[in-house]
Design a protein around this ligand. Structure first.
Ligand SMILES: *Cc1c(COP(=O)(O)O)cnc(C)c1O
Length: 380
């Protein structure tokens, strides 16, 4: 992935001057910093960034410049990168299953908080991590709907086990905390409500006053034209629910957004390779590339098409859209509404693609070359 040093006004300006054969992701640092400020101003606690959603160094640096001082990391590579780019930041190692060698890397780099969801992994942490001043957050799960993707399928203790683990964390001398991840692209604030109530119940059952409650990521980004993410409403609900559930034992709050922070700061330009026999559209990017997430969590309709005369306006029609590989699953979900005149050589601009795009892009079938270009803004 290459990063050019030139800053363009907007994607169309770059595309009019270049003829990129490979997909391009346009990054608007101003948009990222504005979103970061929205979280920092609005969230009633510590905002940490889930590095896995987009680990590009320019993203980390711009988040740090906007004032983000905490990072949710999941591997030694992420830990070393944050230690290098933002040495003063707090690292929260929130992958609840780690090898002993991975734990050693976290200890060496002063990880401030560790999550855990099982007795066997807690045994490892108690044996290998110095307790004094270090937080262990017990991760629990609930059967809750409302997210686009079920994170509880892999991680999270039941509420019963969580109470047992939380008691052990406190008895071992660690700073006790609870954490959950309600799913991703949670457009229903109620997902947080149920979890916050359950967290208070776990703390009561364990007889432990928790220092912090980490309410996870899952904050929505802007994927559908008419649906602006209601971040402030979610923040207000989390604040109120925590006060009501915990009363005098109210813990400090932490959140760890990935998508909600970074998605809207990037726009993808994929090129139309062919409109095969006037029907199906073939792009130079697809589900093995920057569009990997669409089949998992649903489409994005914030799409513009740029032809030789600029952005194509006028009537749209539904099209089947394929990616460039020879695999038949390399197709965007459903049908995509595209301007009637879409033609070979056009660029399809997909907005809101900053999360889970650069990081999960593959080189399958020899595709996947992806450039990142910096722009002042994402619309012409
Ligand atoms: C992936 C992940 C996040 C970020 O999720 P988003 O939906 O991108 O906000 C936060 N916390 C944990 C533990 C995760 O695994």
């Amino acid at each position: 992935m290459g990063l050019s040093k030139t800053i363009w006004a907007h994607p169309s300006e770059f595309l009019a001057h270049h003829d990129p054969e490979h997909p391009v992701l346009f990054f608007a640092p101003q948009v990222l910093q504005a979103t970061a400020r929205r979280f920092l101003d609005g969230f009633p606690g510590l905002v940490t960034y889930a590095v896995k959603s987009n680990p590009e160094p320019v993203v980390i640096e711009n988040l740090a410049a906007a004032g983000i001082r905490g990072f949710d990391v999941a591997s030694p590579t992420e830990i070393r990168m944050i230690a290098r780019l933002v040495p003063e930041a707090a690292m929260h190692y929130n992958n609840p299953v780690r090898s002993r060698a991975e734990i050693a890397v976290g200890v060496e780099h002063g990880v401030a908080s560790w999550s855990v969801d099982s007795a066997s992994e807690l045994d490892k942490l108690i044996a290998l991590v110095p307790a004094a001043g270090t937080e262990i957050a017990v991760r629990f799960k609930l059967p809750v709907a409302g997210a686009a993707y079920n994170f509880g399928a892999k991680f999270g203790a039941t509420v019963e086990l969580a109470a047992v683990l939380l008691r052990r964390v406190a008895d071992a001398g660690f700073v006790p905390a609870l954490t959950f991840h309600p799913g991703t692209q949670c457009t229903e604030p109620e997902a947080w409500l149920a979890y916050i109530g359950a967290a208070a119940g776990i703390a009561r059952d364990a007889g432990v006053r928790i220092a912090r409650l980490n309410v996870g990521g899952g904050f929505p980004s802007h994927r559908l034209q008419g649906m602006m993410p209601a971040l402030e409403a979610i923040f207000a609900l989390i604040d109120r629910a925590t006060g009501e559930a915990f009363g005098a034992d109210r813990p400090a709050l932490v959140c760890e957004p990935g998508r909600g922070l970074v998605a809207d700061a990037f726009t993808l330009a994929a090129r139309v390779k062919a409109v095969r026999d006037g029907a199906h559209v073939f792009l130079n990017d697809g589900v093995y590339g920057a569009l990997a997430e669409l089949p998992l969590i649903g489409g994005i309709d914030r799409i513009e098409v740029m032809g030789p005369e600029g952005i194509r306006r006028g009537p749209v029609t539904p099209r089947i859209v394929f990616g460039p590989t020879c695999d038949s699953v390399d197709r965007l979900p459903g049908e995509v509404m595209l301007p009637e005149g879409i033609a070979e050589g056009d660029f399809v601009l997909v907005h809101g693609l900053g999360a889970y795009s650069t990081a999960t892009n593959t080189r399958f079938n020899g595709f996947g070359e992806l450039a990142v270009e910096t722009v002042m803004r994402l619309h012409a």
